[in-house]
Design a binder for this molecule. Structure first.
Ligand SMILES: [Zn+2]
Length: 154
């Protein structure tokens, strides 16, 4: 019998349990995750994060902190591997803005850059380049997603 292996990619949603997280492959340094809950077939994003060290361990640490200690209602999660700290950081910035920033998410602050780096903010720079900061709704291309979303520039 092959062991259950959760798949990388935001198309996949899994119950946020110790058993499921323990089945994530242990060989991924960089990546992202999203915690939330289900309402019917819809996944509601409530917390986003990334790993610069060990994606599986980071997800388990945050699951423990936020669910077992924090008592929050995160019941499901998604995760996505990245090939570099830069990719994971950029995706985290995109997730933070795309899923409603601190107004919707429990993330209080904009994601930190990886230690010792000075990567650009992909979302903020896109907005700046388009010079449309006076608009309430902004369309822009999202690296790695290959689609457009609407950002409310509050
Ligand atoms: Zn950002």
């Amino acid at each position: 019998m092959t062991k259950f292996q959760p798949k990388s990619g935001y198309n996949y949603t899994y119950p946020l349990t110790k058993e499921v997280v323990s089945c994530i492959p242990d060989d991924t340094q960089f990546g992202n995750y999203q915690f939330g809950y289900m309402e019917g077939a819809d996944f509601h994003h409530r917390y986003i994060g990334r790993s610069d060290t060990n994606l599986k361990q980071e997800i388990e640490n945050q699951r423990y902190n936020k669910v077992e200690i924090g008592g929050t209602t995160y019941t499901h999660f998604k995760f996505c591997k990245a090939s570099s700290a830069k990719e994971a950081y950029e995706r985290e910035c995109i997730d933070f803005h795309g899923y409603g920033e601190e107004l919707v998410l429990d993330n209080i602050n904009h994601p930190d850059k990886p230690n010792g780096t000075d990567y650009k903010f992909p979302v903020e720079d896109s907005v700046h380049i388009m010079n449309k900061s006076e608009y309430n709704i902004i369309n822009f291309n999202i690296p790695y997603y290959g689609t457009q979303i609407i950002l409310y520039n509050i």
